[in-house]
Design a binder for this molecule. Structure first.
Ligand code: ATP
Length: 926
């Protein structure tokens, strides 16, 4: 299929070239046929909707005939076929083409379209998708075909498949990496959109490896099981950032994929907010595993595990029977994928063993020790199970949970832990185990998504799809929400920089008259969090006053053991008092408010320092590194990547040597440190565990976070971006429900109005004079030796193009999209005429040649026949002569015989003299 996009002459292709593919020509006709296809049957009753008076509307109309909706014709369009739909919607399906462009009209158009299940709308090249919260039937095979090579964006209704097709074509045409940035609030539909992007990409191109497409699509539910969870905003919320990179070879065939994971919300493993759940996989396990398997992993009663209970739900794991059934179904799907894609039976068993260990370690409870300052373990039960599951020494585990090693005056000092420290470190083990397991799963999955045979091929391009957790504003917002929201600020900043600032800078640089458009800039807020790192846009020469920033203050505070969460907030308030977007809250020493680009969010700094330190005690690490299980040993010995993930570690991780579950530790009891141990512990001295560097400075969570952002931004900057903006129509996750207020807020902060203005006023297509000529020379009358601005202008004017459709800069031609489409189609038309002419000429020459050959053949046949006839005649004559000679000879012989009696008879009297001809024939014969 990728041959469709093969270039005219790929060997001559360079980065600057913009060749038109042969197959573009070939598929033009195909698309025309699709455009004329009848539209899907659709009832369009006048939609009646209930309003709650607060701007929330629930639609009752526009129901599809057969349960699912189809891509409908818009009201007012000449319904009947997609082409008509596209034409009638020209003013609507691209917001930048609207006559009356303002916030109200944009909101109205989106709402009208949503009412009719038309959820996708363009603003220039940016696609807006409103989450329908219901299954819509316009993502199937028919739509894959329809949006496979679309000549003109406006030919068909807006669709995410167009964005994908466009990215793929851009990549094959320009050999530049592409990135599709999908943004929006939590629950707006980013993950669903990401899946559709991958699905369409796997549809429009071939892969170099069998099953690759299938695998890429299939691994998604597996990653969701481990990385997604139910939140109040979204029942399937991604709790990690995902950058899916699809790699292609020079012919546009997909040769592999890589999933980059970022910022897994590992704190969820140990704490869930009200009305939320832990990671899906725990629920899937309890719903789907047979009872004896559950028993094997010591998992009998789900509600015995602290981390599966929330404040509002202490009794039931599943809401109801259908919830349990769904989780069971998901478990079966997950197991099937694990088996098919990347995991052996032992791997799967190891995964469950780790999950069981997470469930048990978080069940360990401490209480203050009576006769010393430390803590004691309430019940040995869970600790014994953990030691069994992870094959580590049970006594050492207990000691490590109750005591910690710190460095004082360059000496390692083992001390008893306080209650808070013991709880934090217990949770740190669970978080580390879960996040490292997740990283390993991602690594395993990635290893199966690469075509090793073509991995070494040098030429390659990629299309990346970014799906970060969306902006969050819960009742309780903590460190995780802060990181997620800062990542979204950064993404918004990239968007602003690309769409607005860069755009304006380019026009200024090229000397093109451009009316300045104001946009909501979030530079200041990023500086508040990250300082003056890379926030200044390339064109901007403003110098900013250097402000202390939140993350450096957080890191400084995290270094000192004396600081507390409230001292952190005090420090922020004192040092950030000038920052407009930060406010402390009087009366609550832990609360602070940030005015984000999307909304004002109140955070609680409770546990911020501990979460940022993210420290796992050295003695616990050392113990885990000594596990009898190679897998656990390696899991905790592996170096994390710069971004804090294990998936990209270079360290080797060996397979499990079996989980050794021997049910040996089922006895209950009370864990305590013996008097001897306490005596030793109170003594200062060197007690360094072998193989562990206790002095190594640990990277904080915020440092990993900053590295992750840097890496992501690097990826964005080296590619051509395309944007998909997901919009949430209501907060109740309900179908057919629209909140004006909510949507308007999202439109405002995402700068939709400004994008529409830029798309309308600006020139979205631009190319250097050389590329312009290379691409369109075919349709221009005159050939120019040296492409220049004047030559391009002359050529466009000569072709009858009006001035407002283009602008000539210092090095580039700037064009409106419709002009670019027009030129492209004209070139395609001309190319197809030339091609047809060439083909016809070729065919005619072949026919003529064949005819000539036929005539020659016939001539040769005739001559041959004549020659044969002559030969045959000569042969006949020869035979006749021979026969005559023989007869003559026989007569003579007879005469001789008779002459014996008639001696006197004069010789030769009766002889017939031989003819001249017979003599010559006889000579020839002899
Ligand atoms: N195009 C769509 N068609 C039908 N339903 C959709 C679509 N997009 C999203 N949804 C519904 O909305 C839910 C939330 O979408 P999704 O998980 O993609 O949100 P998100 O933006 O990725 O959220 P988060 O940031 O929390 O991960 C989905 O589970 C699905 O039910």
């Amino acid at each position: 299929m990728a041959a469709r996009y093969a270039k005219l002459d790929s060997s001559k292709h360079d980065a600057d070239s913009d060749a038109i593919s042969l197959t573009q020509i070939a598929t033009t006709a195909k698309n025309v046929r699709f455009r004329n296809e009848p539209a899907a049957d659709y009832d369009d009753p006048e939609p009646d909707y209930d309003s709650d008076g607060a701007g929330n509307h629930r639609y009752n109309g526009a129901r599809p005939k057969h349960g699912v909706a189809v891509l409908p014709a818009l009201p007012g369009s000449a319904a009947g076929n997609l082409r008509q739909t596209a034409r009638s919607a020209d003013t609507e399906h691209d917001l930048s083409a609207m006559e009356n462009l303002n916030e109200v009209s944009i909101l109205h158009v989106l709402k009208e379209r949503f009412k009719h299940d038309v959820i996708q709308t363009y603003i220039g090249d940016v696609l807006i998708v409103v989450n329908p919260y219901k299954k819509l039937d316009f993502y199937g095979d028919r739509y894959h075909e329809m949006y496979k090579f679309v000549n003109k964006r406006t030919d068909l209704e807006p669709h995410i498949y167009w964005t994908v097709d466009h990215a793929y074509r851009q990549m094959t045409d320009t050999t530049k990496n592409q990135v599709i940035l999908i943004s929006g609030e939590s629950g707006a539909g980013k993950t669903e959109s990401t899946k559709l992007v991958v699905k369409h990409l796997t549809h429009i191109c071939q892969s170099t490896m069998s099953n690759l497409h299938d695998r890429i699509v299939k691994v998604n539910p597996l990653l969701e099981a481990f990385g997604n969870a139910q939140t109040v905003m979204n029942q399937n919320s991604s709790r990690f950032g995902k950058f899916v990179e699809l790699n292609f070879n020079a012919s546009g065939h997909m040769k592999g994929a890589c999933i980059h994971d970022y910022l897994l919300e590992k704190s969820r493993v140990v704490h869930i907010g009200p009305h939320e759940r832990n990671f899906h996989v725990f629920y899937y396990m309890f719903a789907g595993m047979p009872a004896e398997t559950l028993r094997y992993y010591y998992l009998e009663d789900p509600m015995a595990h602290r981390i599966l209970k929330s404040d509002h739900n202490q009794k039931r794991m599943f809401y109801d029977e259908s919830d349990r059934k769904l989780c069971k179904q998901k478990f079966e799907e997950m197991e099937e994928i694990m088996g098919k894609v990347a995991f052996t039976k032992d791997d799967i068993s190891t995964i469950y063993m780790c999950l069981a260990a997470v469930l048990y370690i978080t069940n360990v409870e401490f209480q203050p020790e009576d006769d010393n300052d430390g803590v004691t373990i309430v019940d040995d039960f869970p600790v014994n199970y953990v030691s069994d599951l992870l094959t580590i020494d049970v006594d050492k585990l207990k000691t490590s949970l109750m005591c910690r090693t710190s460095v004082i005056n360059e000496e390692d000092v083992i001390a008893l832990k306080t209650m808070e420290q013991a709880n934090d470190e217990r949770d740190a083990v669970a978080k580390a185990l879960y996040s490292r397991l997740f990283g390993w799963i991602v690594r395993q999955v990635n290893s199966k998504l690469v075509d090793s045979s073509s991995a070494s091929a040098t030429t390659s391009n990629s299309i990346g799809i970014l799906d970060l957790s969306g902006f969050e504003n819960f009742v309780d917002n903590s460190f995780e929400q802060l990181c997620i929201n800062v990542a979204n600020e950064k993404l918004q900043y990239f968007f602003n920089t690309f769409i607005f600032a860069t755009e304006q800078a380019i026009y200024a640089e090229e000397g093109i008259d451009w009316s300045h458009i104001e946009f909501q800039n979030n530079e200041d807020i990023l500086r508040l969090f990250l300082g003056d790192d890379d926030t200044a846009p390339s064109g901007s020469k403003r110098s900013f006053r250097r402000l202390p920033n939140m993350f450096t203050i957080l890191d400084d505070e995290s270094k000192s053991p004396q600081t507390t969460d409230s001292s952190l907030v005090r420090n922020w308030s004192n040092n950030l008092s000038d920052a407009q977007n930060f406010k402390s809250v009087s009366g609550d020493e832990l609360a602070f408010v940030i005015t984000h680009f999307a909304d004002e969010v109140t955070y609680s700094a409770n546990n911020f320092l501990e979460k940022n330190r993210d420290r796992l005690g050295a003695n616990l690490v050392s113990l885990l590194q000594k596990s009898e299980n190679d897998f656990i040993k390696d899991l905790f010995s592996a170096e994390l990547a710069d971004t804090g993930v294990l998936s990209r570690t270079k360290s080797k991780i060996r397979k499990s040597t079996g989980c050794g579950l021997g049910m040996k530790s089922r006895k209950s009891g009370r864990g305590s440190v013996t008097g001897e141990t306490v005596r030793k512990l109170k003594t200062r001295g060197k007690h360094q565990m072998p193989g562990t560097s206790l002095h190594k400075v640990q990277t904080t969570a915020s440092q990993y976070f900053k590295k992750s952002l840097e890496e992501l931004m690097r990826k964005m900057r080296t590619a051509d971006p395309l944007f998909v903006r997901c919009i949430k129509p209501n907060l109740d996750q309900e179908r057919d429900m629209w909140s004006d207020k909510l949507v308007q807020r999202q439109l405002q902060y995402s700068g939709v109005l400004q994008i529409a203005k830029i798309a309308r006023l600006g020139y979205p297509v631009r190319m250097s004079f050389c590329v312009f000529y290379k691409r369109f020379a075919m349709i221009f009358q005159e050939r120019v030796p040296m492409p220049s601005g004047d030559a391009c202008r002359k050529a466009l004017k000569a072709a009858g193009i009006s001035d407002e459709k283009f602008a000539i800069g210092k090095t580039k031609v700037f064009m409106k999209e419709d002009l670019a489409d027009h030129l492209r189609l004209a070139t395609l038309g001309r190319a197809s005429v030339c091609l047809q002419r060439a083909i016809r000429g070729h065919v005619a020459r072949r026919v003529y040649q064949a005819k000539k050959e036929e005539e020659a053949r016939k001539r040769r046949e005739v001559e041959e026949r004549k020659r044969q006839e002559l030969k045959a005649r000569q042969q006949r004559e020869l035979e006749q002569s021979q026969r005559a000679l023989e007869r003559e000879k026989a007569r003579k012989d007879a005469e001789l015989a008779a002459s014996g009696s008639e001696e006197t008879k004069p010789r030769g009297q009766d002889e017939t003299p031989p003819t001249e001809h017979s003599v010559s024939l006889a000579r020839q014969t002899s």
